[in-house]
Design a protein around this ligand. Sequence first.
Ligand code: MIC
Ligand code: SF4
Length: 640
Amino acid sequence: MAETMCAKILRAHLAEGNLKAGESIRIRIDQTLTQDATGTMAYLEFESMGVGRVRNELAVSYVDHNTVQVGFENFDDHEYLRTVADRIGAVYSRAGNGICHQVHLERFAVPGKTLIGSDSHTPTAGGIGSFAIGAGGLDVALAMAGEPFSMIAPRVVAIRLSGRLGAGVSAKDVILHVLGHFGVKGNVNMVFEYIGDGVATLSVPERATIANMGAECGVTTSLFPSDANTRAFLEAEERGGDYIPLAADEGAAYDDVFDIDLSSLEPLAACPHSPGNIRSIRELEGMAVNQVLIGSCTNSSLMDLQKAARILKGHTVAPGVSLGVAPGSRQVLMEITADGTLETLIAAGARILESACGFCIGNHQSPGTESVSLRTSNRNFYARSGTPSANLYLVSPETAAASAITGAITDPRSVAGRIGDIAMKSHFIIDDSMFLQPTFTAEVRRGPNIGEPPRNVPMADALDGAVLIKAGDKITTDHIMPAGARLKYRSNIPRYAGFVFESVDPTFPARAMELKGEGKAGFIVAGWSYGQGSSREHAAICPMYLGVKAVLALSIERIHQANLCNFGILPLIFRNEEDYGRISQGDELAVADVLQSIDRGSFVVEDRTAGFSIEMDLFASEEQKRMLKAGGRLNEVAAL
Ligand code: MIC
Ligand code: SF4
């Protein structure tokens, strides 16, 4: 039978279950990656499993998120990560080496292999044909321990590309177009598979841009075939030996097909405050811009920066605009230094930023009050930049560069002539000296900011408590657990928990602790698509620390649902949509027969304040049900 590429890779890695959409399966994981902001917890969890050494094929620990280092905490975290990687057998990518997804694509990702990473943009490697999934740190720790990864067998949607992008139109515009069609919710347990003649017109870094932002749609991953362009990219990275041809069979059946004629696309932008809020640059043209930032794991490849530089060449950034450029990796930085691109950028007035996540995670470069910031990154969630009143627009490097010169949103097609043809290099500068290979000898160093991962208590059979917050629709993990200036507390749960829901209701932690002190359960009520965005398991661990026992929502996103189960918080879904409107913040709730309800997958929640009962569903695998009863996975997995 003709198979999709997704089915081929999953079948080759299937450890348990049936490859039928919607069913629980477990797959073997070849590669893992972590980054520092989620990595400290992941390695602490790995250590607490008592496994000793990494058991999967390749584990890489990247340092790219917390590199601003105000205070001792981040450096201490890096030291912990460096020493624990050496001890357990992970490759350590030092700060300065670049953003995990860009570096992994360059140096490690392999077509046909499975990869899970404790970062939601791990699917970037789908650009090279790797089956790459974002997950919580604990799931990655388990994969490093050699455990298969549990997931729902996905529905596979073909995105059929034809034609060729016009001048000034970019891979970013392709994925923004996809986001415009599919939106940021309702695509759970789905895989996007790119097929059609148009695929051959896109280089691997362009494919990676597209695969990267599939995460914003909420899909499990995105896949591109492994073809001549893949081979050329791998050869340029001196990894020709990693190439295998891989594609869907002719006539493979998909659950749905979405056609895109690349030649019909125009430059687009994701408008505040959601990556799914898509409008054309034509409509936005002329809007004054205060800040332009080029970089992030979405658009920081050599070609991205070359295109931006060609547009900027001979011009100076408009007086009212601050332009920042963050190359995605040390390789990209070395390349742009060698070919003069860096000089062009500096001459144009660009501020050259570290090869790291930096601005994208709100670590620095916060825009001004009520200002407009154009970014090539992938998320423009409310307050993520560090300036809640700012308006962030996500655009291509071409749109960013053209607008930086004029000081207003500008259609890059007007300057596309300046870009000309940019060929993919046939050989990149290769220098792996910033990777440390493990020696298994280091003494693990733990600074004072690094604490043990907290454990939950087993689930009680009766829950009695109150609704701590009614949070609304599309609550992202950035709302739940801010990053930016708070990122340095990632390894210190009691401290970090003090910032839960900071941008929504800063009184949340104190109220939750008070309720917990009374021996009562905390409930979070939310609308559609709760837990969108990042993979940060802290959005489950910190609420758990504050005594939250259940989230009652209209829908919950995939990675966050798994994280809630991993830490013993019930992810419950309203059976009747209208019940959501009947519950209010402050209502006292009670749930009886919790343990049996977990087994059944259905709950009755009594609202004692309003005087009614509502039905809730639990959509969880048998494995997740066991964890929920045990009070989280760490209690369940004592030692593997
Ligand atoms: C993000 O882009 O939101 C992050 C920061 O990379 C997160 C991970 C984290 O919160 O550490 C992600 O995407 O998973
Ligand atoms: Fe880093 Fe931003 Fe990419 Fe997340 S989305 S990995 S913060 S560059």
